[in-house]
Design a protein around this ligand. Sequence first.
Ligand code: NAD
Length: 313
Amino acid sequence: MADILDGKALADRIRQKVKKEVSLLQRNGIDVGLGLLLVGDNPASEQYFKTTLGACRKVGITAREFRFPVTVSMNELLNGIHAINRDERIHGLLMLMPLPARINARRVINTLVPEKDIDGLGSISVGRLSADESTIQIIRQEGTNTRNRDILSPAAGSFLPCTPFGVIRLLEHYKVPIKGKHAVIIGKSLAVGKPLSMMFLAKEATVTICHRETRHLGSMTRQADILCSATGKAGLIRGDMVKKGAVVVDVGINMLQDGTMTGDVDFSAVAKKASLITPVPGGVGPVTVAMLLENTVRSAQRAGMLHSSPLRI
Ligand code: NAD
């Protein structure tokens, strides 16, 4: 039976560290601010919005809400982003997706300056990840403190997307070897699958990316030392699709008709084969929110380093 990759426990540790860093910044006159932008009233987005507000409150980050009606025009949204870019109280912006179909989401995302793109969705952040410029944040030498390098490196002027960053953190926390392993990722979205594959490549795994048009999915997944599923299809990963001893990370979130939350993985069947597995809920989800808080505080630290004398510890 597999051991659990406990995302909630890791998220608690990350949040405690963030809380200390937030109060250190406060003592130096910097109030850490996260903007939350929501268009319309999509229930899943509302839920994530509320969760993030609560998480900010607990660590002392000031959340600033930007709510727009579903009828908002492109110009109003772009003006809102320009105002956020100029607002020194806001160190990062979380844009809840999806935006209404008539809005050009990529244009809105790319209007945000990379320094505040704490979910790493803009083209500059994506490019820096692909060019291995921002992966310093996931390439840590054992026993060395790379935090200051993270903050000061010009290449670190951008952020890694929170969900895949959280997956890597979770694997690192449980000391799962990545170098030389075969990572199979299901899903190729810009928010999860694609950046996750880049991060595994940066850590020198051999990477296979699968998606809805992939033929013979099981023959791919059975090769995985590390299997990550991010599709939003409940029950997609069955027990017979997993190699004995594999590490299984379930990113999917699916709400069943009875109101329960489940991932993409048939947990009870797969847990009999895997060596380590994430539960849903309590796996990747809490770590994603924690990484969002960590990226926000990192942004405030970078802004503080650029605009003032060194922080007083
Ligand atoms: P998306 O809809 O943008 O992408 C889904 C991907 O899954 C696509 O690349 C698609 O090709 C692939 N796919 C769909 N059906 C498939 C099938 N039958 N076989 C193989 N591949 C298939 O979604 P997303 O934003 O990447 O999110 C994916 C899932 O992860 C969703 O359930 C979402 O709720 C969840 N999610 C969780 C977190 C978290 O913090 N845990 C964060 C973001 C997203």
